[in-house]
Design a protein around this ligand. Structure first.
Ligand SMILES: NC(=O)c1ccc[n+]([C@@H]2O[C@H](COP(=O)([O-])OP(=O)(O)OC[C@H]3O[C@@H](n4cnc5c(N)ncnc54)[C@H](O)[C@@H]3O)[C@@H](O)[C@H]2O)c1
Length: 357
């Protein structure tokens, strides 16, 4: 069974790719060149299924990108765009992004920019990309340690979410997707939070249901405000601190994945919400228990506070020269456009250090 969710201008189909309209889409592009973008892991774990189960991909050009956030950068785009020029890829051709959020973000970006825009399909293969990165039309790349500084809003022609791909995803990557699912619950409703709190990743049927709910939440918010002028900002809950922590560790020996950083950001922004008396103590404790049960806190040294704050100063949500974030007023209720300063970051780092002893 395929569940179909209507986004603005495209459909998100959830269920086995074999039962989806993927074959029909390929047929429409039968006279076009096709590029399949993968990274090293989705090349090994996901590509063969696509190539053997579907006709119309025999002549597809498979391009493998290096794994990891540090490769979501312009240098990689230049290499790919040059290759596309060599293959004479044109406006009627199709890009298929088969991978986690890094592949869907950079692949969507490259397709949107090349020759003013090629059609692209998102086939997310990580939990995080299924519930978040492939949905909502944000594509982009990082600029040094600054996350997603270059990018465009650009919708794919389809998103195909096949939870079957999760069978090869490492457990810690499932956890990363879980962080974004928790975020969706915390900004949208207590009911979803209750069903997520004690997740069992091995219960496939339940996972399918939770994935659908998470996508539904994100899609509904995006449909109200596709260009993030207002209500869509709440999807950034956990991301002001999260992006700064993630960016700080890019290229360092100790690596902090996006999902893990968002989980820590959720803890930080819930903590500030409680400290400002916006969120009740009991809700804060409940949220922190779920986060700390599932995610380890990184060591954040005091000497890192200034560089981390520098990263926060460049956050895309900022305006009036102030760092802006989303806070929680309840489990399921958020408030956007809240100001943060250096003292808030110091408070969070101090709070984290009390949890580490
Ligand atoms: N555009 C958006 O709206 C949006 C939203 C949230 C996150 N993001 C972006 O998403 C990125 C994070 O995505 P991610 O967590 O998927 O990271 P990722 O793409 O790096 O994938 C995580 C790891 O899992 C591997 N992998 C993916 N699918 C696999 C599979 N089926 N089997 C085995 N291994 C597999 C990847 O190769 C990688 O090593 C960040 O860059 C973040 O900024 C974008």
């Amino acid at each position: 069974m395929i569940q179909k969710i209507e986004a603005i201008g495209y459909d998100i189909e959830i269920g086995s790719l074999l039962n989806s309209s993927f074959s029909n889409v390929l047929e429409k592009y039968s006279n076009s060149k096709k590029i399949i973008l993968v990274d090293e892991n989705t090349h090994d774990h996901c590509l063969e299924y696509l190539l053997t189960a579907f006709s119309g991909l025999e002549d597809a050009e498979v391009m493998m990108l290096p794994c990891g956030e540090e490769n979501k950068v312009m240098e990689v785009c230049f290499q790919v765009w040059e290759a596309w020029s060599e293959y004479q890829i044109g406006r009627n051709d199709l890009v298929i992004n088969l991978g986690g959020g890094v592949v869907t973000d950079i692949g969507g970006f490259m397709a949107s920019i090349f020759k003013r825009g090629l059609d692209f399909i998102q086939i997310p293969t990580s939990l995080l990309a299924m519930v978040d990165a492939s949905v909502g039309g944000k594509t982009g790349i990082d600029l040094g340690r600054y996350k997603n500084q270059l990018g465009v809003f650009s919708n794919p022609i389809n998103v195909f979410v096949d939870p079957g791909f999760l069978s090869t995803l490492p457990f810690n990557e499932l956890k990363n997707g879980y962080a974004e699912m928790l975020k969706h619950a915390l900004i949208s409703g207590k009911l979803h939070w209750e069903s997520l709190k004690d997740i069992d990743f091995s219960d496939r049927e339940k996972m399918h249901e939770l994935i659908c709910q998470s996508i539904e939440i994100k899609n509904q918010i995006v449909n109200l405000d596709p260009f993030e002028k207002n209500v869509r900002k709440k999807l950034n809950f956990g991301h002001t601190f999260g992006h700064a922590f993630e960016g700080f560790f890019i290229g360092e020996e100790e690596f902090l994945s996006h999902g893990h950083a968002v989980a820590i950001g959720i803890l930080a922004e819930s903590f500030i919400s409680w400290k400002r008396n916006i969120l009740s103590e009991s809700d804060f404790i409940e949220i922190s228990e779920v986060i700390l049960k599932n995610f380890e806190l990184p060591n954040i040294e005091n000497s890192w506070i200034d560089p981390i704050f520098q990263l926060m100063l460049n956050d895309k949500k900022n305006f009036e020269q102030q760092v802006k974030c989303v806070l929680l007023s309840d489990i399921g209720e958020s408030v956007i456009n809240q100001t943060l300063d250096l003292d808030d970051l110091k408070l969070v780092v101090e709070f984290f250090s009390t949890l580490k002893v």
